[in-house]
Design a protein around this ligand. Structure first.
Ligand code: UD1
Ligand code: CA
Length: 448
């Protein structure tokens, strides 16, 4: 297989986002745009990936370095156009002789499948292959000027004449060529144009003039939905959600109101799972077969195992691991707790840091008191234990298997297996007190 490298252009300022967060760190489906772009490059089998950044983007730099290492970063300073940006990656690819695919960093909807036709053209002998699309409104895009099946040049909106502007075939910004040819042609690109920029698109005309084979492949317009503003970010998110919901339903997940269910890039839901209306799944969620996620639940970083029922109105936070056939009911929050098989916490509880054994029953109002303002401590509830309603379990604490805690108890010491722990005031009863009190009050008021 050909060695393949990706150059991802991300040196734009993203000023139209009007956000202190750099554009490519904005998220779609819970994943940063730059990571979506890197995912595509990886999906295309690129052994080398270079991300071109501007000098003033420390957060993006850190983000990319954490995933791909410092060697994957090229800095373009100052940014002088897309062609200049690709040249900025040349040093990082100095020892690379395979083919290079250039992509833009601001689309969350691009997929490896959409780019694949480029490599088919390359495999069929194209020296330069450009990915295009037919735009409903081509305004602002570079136009693909073709002669028969040959691409002869790309003309940018600003340089295009009326006839060229009428062309609906547009440049997506994705292109592939051999590394040697690409950098050789880029060396010849000038900046004699409206923007005084070095246009990557000029390599197409140069290649055609040099008698190279230059071809265009086409993909659906929607995969190039770019993000330049907050409004466009929301449009991209909506398209991403539609796509993921359709994929989930196609795989056998039941979504009676798909438009109200929000998922993330990495959400895993097994076939046959029912996800009721109005559920949000932030990143890191896996739901196994036979589980039901009932309405108005919010899940993040959680596993829901086979046959478990979660919600309505449940909140699963990172580290929640809901065992097979366990029930997590309304207004129950679970964080970093493994809940055993068949265990139940049906109403109003906070379970944070610890474990709940198989078959245990957590009464309404149970709180794992896990935090003293400085550190977190664990609570362990044994198999088959019964935690009475409104029990405060002050961590670190362990309730043994099969033990009971009395309702309203504040449990500060470990409870032995099969014991009953009671930790609440004794009930005092004063016969007739209430009637006498009312009579006294009645007399006082009458006397006024
Ligand atoms: C570019 C293409 C155009 C295509 C369109 C698709 C050129 C000259 N034009 O136009 O044909 O239809 O994309 O969206 O290539 N960037 C850098 N460094 C720079 C300039 C840009 O890294 O110096 C990056 C930007 O961050 C962005 C991408 O390149 O991700 C595209 O740049 P942009 O200025 O938006 O190009 P367009 O004018 O939209
Ligand atoms: Ca653009």
């Amino acid at each position: 297989m050909t060695h393949r490298a990706a150059v991802i252009l991300a040196a734009g300022q993203g000023t139209r986002m009007k956000s202190p967060t750099p554009k490519v760190l904005h998220k779609v489906g819970g994943r940063a745009l730059i990571d979506h772009a890197i995912d595509v490059a990886e999906g295309l089998g690129c052994q080398r990936i270079v991300v071109v950044l501007s000098a003033g983007a420390p957060e993006v730099r850190e983000h990319v370095a954490a995933r791909l290492g410092q060697g994957a970063i090229a800095v373009q300073d100052p940014p002088l156009g897309t062609g200049h940006a690709v040249l900025a990656a040349q040093a990082a690819l100095a020892d690379f002789a395979g083919e290079v695919v250039v992509t833009l960093a601001d689309s969350a909807l691009l997929t490896p499948e959409a780019v694949a036709p480029l490599f088919e053209l390359r495999a069929a002998g194209a020296d330069v292959a450009v990915l295009g699309f037919h735009a409903t409104n081509p305004l602002g895009y570079g136009r693909l000027i073709v002669q028969g099946d040959r691409l002869i040049r790309i003309v940018e909106e600003r340089e295009a004449n009326a006839e060229e502007r009428a062309v609906s075939a547009c440049n997506s910004g994705v292109l592939a060529a051999g590394a040697g040819l690409l950098f050789e042609l880029l060396g010849k690109v000038g900046c004699d144009n409206a923007k005084r920029e070095y246009y990557l698109t000029d390599v197409v005309g140069l290649a055609a003039k040099a008698g190279k084979s230059v071809r265009a492949a086409f993909a659906k317009e929607e995969v190039f939905q770019g993000v330049n503003s907050q409004a466009e970010l929301a449009v991209a998110e909506a398209a991403f959600q539609r796509r993921r919901r359709a994929e989930l339903m196609e795989s056998g997940v039941t979504l009676p109101a798909p438009e109200t269910v929000f998922v993330s890039w990495d959400t895993e839901v097994a076939p046959g799972v029912l996800v009721e209306p109005n559920v949000v799944m932030a990143p890191g969620v896996r739901i196994e077969d036979g589980a039901v996620i009932r309405s108005f639940s919010h899940l993040e970083g959680a596993v829901v195992r086979s046959g478990a029922i979660v919600g309505p109105f449940a909140r699963l936070r990172p580290g929640a691991d809901i065992g097979e056939h366990a029930h997590i009911g309304n207004f129950v929050e679970v964080k970093k707790v493994a809940v055993g098989q068949g265990a139940k916490a049906n109403h109003l509880a906070y379970l944070g840091d610890g474990t709940v054994g198989a078959g245990a029953n957590i009464g309404a109002g149970t709180i794992f008191c896990n935090y003293d303002g400085f550190d977190k401590y664990e609570t362990h509830v044994g198999e088959g234990a019964f935690i009475g309603s409104d029990t405060a379990l002050v961590a670190p604490v362990t309730v043994g298997a099969g033990a009971y805690t009395g309702s309203g108890s504040v449990i500060t010491k470990d409870v032995a297996p099969d014991a009953l722990a009671l930790a609440r005031g004794h009930q005092v009863e004063k016969p007739g007190w209430a009637a006498a009190f009312r009579e006294k009050k009645r007399r006082e008021k009458a006397g006024q």
